[in-house]
Design a protein. Structure first.
Ligand code: PGA
Ligand code: ZN
Length: 406
């Protein structure tokens, strides 16, 4: 995977940040710029945006006050000048924005989560409590994240009953390894998908849930109280011409039939959260789903809101979903990300901080989750270093502070 890493220097210190990349991207996301006309890396190289950082952005930021995050971000936004950051690319802009945040906090001897917390508290005009988030671990991968036949993209476990983060990770790891042995016994593949979850071929989405339930049963934990389930349908990936195409099950469903299908799953399994249950443009479908299960289920907009303040505001006024997934490369700067988070907070929408399928060793989303008090993070299975790096970072923040959990 080709991504951009930027280093920002302040006197004798420096800090760097890497912008991740997504596979199931939404239409409303900021633009990820690549050198499509260059054959290097099969058209995926980023030489142009890197040149722009080195030649233009670095000059403009020379002698700039690194502690003025909003001014830095506004400058980056102005330099691009397009709505979806098509000129410079959100991948270039975000790497500068995060690296500046890291450099600022480092030069002040401040942990990054504290820096994010100060920014958000100042913005909201009140103190935001920092919180160690409950992880949602994606232990079974489908959709665009795997080469199997499962249509739903992510099957996650939520260690809801754990008393602290360490216990949450212990429980989740045990369930993950149990799932591996169950798949092995059944002669199914234990190869993993993009986010570290297993990616076997199965007959139905329901079968995936049954396997996870069996993996929980093999521990002393109770499904429904200790452990709950969360789904990311990434439904825009299988919605076409008004129809939801469940290829793995050989079924085609209308909006209301698919909402009913999800309600059926939520009735039979303790599903606490469903992300992108409907296509990003299926407003009527979202209204039906929200009305049907929004009262008992966290309904999360990922492609639907694209971490975009304006798109989220519209969704809130349309009364669709009740939570927003926060991926800062969907919008492109820290300041705009905090704007979206504050809109959600002001409207009782839950924030969930998220990784991308194309992740790196950069663990700053863990700091973002703690500093904004989001309460939830999704960052993959307890497998593959780019996922585990985020859990390790949370572990150390937890050890060094006395923040509450979840
Ligand atoms: P993406 O997947 O990074 O491929 O968009 C993550 C998600 O949809 O939550
Ligand atoms: Zn998603």
């Amino acid at each position: 995977m080709i991504v951009i890493e930027t280093e920002v220097f302040v006197k004798d210190i420096s800090a760097s940040a890497i912008c991740p990349s997504g596979a199931s991207t939404g239409t409303y996301e900021a633009f990820e710029k690549r050198d499509i006309n260059n054959k290097k890396y099969l058209g995926k190289s980023v030489l142009k945006p890197v040149e722009f950082i080195n030649k233009v952005i670095s000059n403009k930021l020379k002698n700039f006050n690194v502690h003025q995050q909003e001014k830095i971000d506004n400058l980056l936004i102005r330099l691009d000048g397009t709505k979806q950051k098509k000129r410079v690319g959100a991948n270039a802009i975000l790497s500068v924005s995060i690296a500046s945040a890291k450099a600022s906090s480092k030069s002040e001897n401040l942990d990054l989560h504290n820096y994010f917390n100060i920014l958000l508290s100042n913005k909201m005009g009140k103190t935001i409590d920092q919180v160690i988030p409950i992880p949602m671990l994606n232990i079974l991968n489908g959709g665009e994240h795997a080469d199997n036949n499962i249509d739903i993209q992510e099957f996650m476990i939520i260690p809801k009953g754990a008393v602290n983060f360490s216990q949450a990770m212990q429980w989740s790891s045990e369930i993950y390894w149990n799932l591996k042995s169950i798949l092995k016994e059944k002669g199914l593949s234990t190869a993993v998908g993009d986010e570290g979850g297993f990616a076997p071929n199965l007959n139905t989405n329901r079968e995936a849930l049954e396997l996870i339930a069996r993996a929980v049963d093999k521990t002393d934990l109770k499904l429904g109280s200790d452990i709950c389930i969360s789904l990311d349908c990434a439904a825009s990936e299988f919605y076409e011409n008004g129809t939801y195409h469940l290829k793995g099950e050989d079924r085609e469903l209308t909006s209301s039939e698919f909402a009913e299908y999800l309600e059926g799953l939520a009735n039979d399994f303790p599903i606490m959260s469903i992300e992108d249950g409907m296509d990003e443009n299926d407003l009527e479908g979202w209204k039906v789903l929200t009305k049907q299960i929004g009262g008992k289920c966290q309904l999360v907009g990922d492609d639907l809101f694209a971490t975009n303040p304006e798109v989220l505001k519209k969704g809130i006024s349309d009364e669709i979903a009740n939570s927003v997934l926060i991926k800062y490369n969907q919008i492109g700067t820290i300041s705009e990300t905090l704007e979206t988070i504050s809109i959600a907070l002001n409207n009782d929408y839950q924030n969930i901080i998220s990784h991308r399928s194309g992740e790196t060793e950069d663990s700053s989303i863990s700091d973002l989750a703690v500093g904004t008090g989001a309460g939830q993070i999704k960052t993959g299975a307890p497998c593959r270093s780019e996922r585990v790096a985020k859990y390790n970072r949370l572990y150390w923040i937890d050890k060094k502070n006395s923040f509450s959990y979840g």
